[in-house]
Design a binder for this molecule. Structure first.
Ligand SMILES: Nc1ncnc2c1ncn2[C@@H]1O[C@H](COP(=O)(O)OP(=O)(O)OP(=O)(O)O)[C@@H](O)[C@H]1O
Length: 249
């Protein structure tokens, strides 16, 4: 079966710096793919280029059988490939619910339907009790949930998550992960950039490792974390680490 997401030779340069150097990666429908790699290895750039926030310098992106290379971010999101950001930025003056209603959802033209979707999403993520609070009153962790909620308004086939639990307390982290797993069971595909290796180990079916803008390994978590090249990539940024566990946690 053709992959849901197929990236071929994606390249992004910032002046002389090649942040993504011919990155190729295929994700199957229903898969959870983890992307790991040391700081500055090009993971966020990959998401930004893939989703049209950066103009690519080469390569193609095919999603659900359609070539979406060079498309604008909103069109890509509406095609079913949505993303969250490492730094969340809700409309702070709006309430939580209003933040969801502000998402452009072409599939739900009737306001009543959109309100119903918003209420379902709020309940699913267990933030319905703060629906009428201003977003500015939310904790950092709750804002991460709001970010996810905004993405769910689009009912996407595939969600790219950029560090979904960074800076979130452990109880809330667990809740976020439970919800992601539930969505995956219902068929949503995920690509997740995360430094928290326990999360990757628990959630990802397979892992792609970036280093210096390139894919250097791919496979299941235990397989890739044993690879010498992966250990070396992390060692370069953490010379004191002695074991793989030290390196990757
Ligand atoms: N807008 C930009 N302008 C110039 N250089 C950039 C820009 N964004 C990223 N870079 C550079 O591209 C390289 C890859 O950065 P990127 O943020 O994609 O890495 P990352 O793997 O996501 O890192 P981290 O894990 O720290 O988030 C780095 O050298 C970074 O300094």
């Amino acid at each position: 079966m053709a992959p849901l997401l197929d990236v071929d030779g994606l390249t992004k340069r910032f002046g002389a710096l090649v942040a993504n150097d011919g990155v190729s990666l295929s994700v199957a429908d229903g898969e959870v793919r983890g992307i790991i790699g040391p700081n500055g290895s090009g993971k966020s750039t990959f998401f930004n280029t893939l989703t049209g926030f950066y103009r690519s310098d080469g390569g193609t992106v095919t999603f659900d059988g359609t070539d979406i290379s060079g498309w604008k971010p909103y069109r890509i999101a509406q095609q079913g490939l949505a993303r969250t950001f490492q730094i969340v930025s809700p409309f702070e003056d709006l309430t939580v619910r209003e933040n969801l209603l502000a998402v452009h959802t072409p599939g739900l033209r009737v306001t009543k339907e959109k309100g119903k979707r918003a209420d379902e999403v709020l309940e699913f993520l267990e933030i319905d009790h703060i629906a009428d609070n201003e977003a500015s009153e939310m904790s950092g962790g709750q804002q991460k949930l709001l970010e996810l909620a905004r993405v769910l308004m689009l009912d996407p086939k595939c969600i790219l998550l950029d560090e979904p639990t960074a800076g979130v307390n452990p109880a809330l982290q667990d809740r976020i992960l439970d919800r992601l797993e539930e969505m995956n069971e219902r068929g949503t595909t995920f690509v997740i950039v995360e430094h928290d290796m326990s999360l990757i180990q628990r959630f990802a079916d397979s892992v792609t490792v970036f280093d210096q803008g390139q894919v250097i390994a791919e496979g299941d978590f235990d397989e890739v974390t044993r690879e010498t090249r992966v250990r070396e990539a992390y060692l370069g940024t953490d010379a004191d680490a002695e074991t793989t566990e030290d390196l990757l946690t």
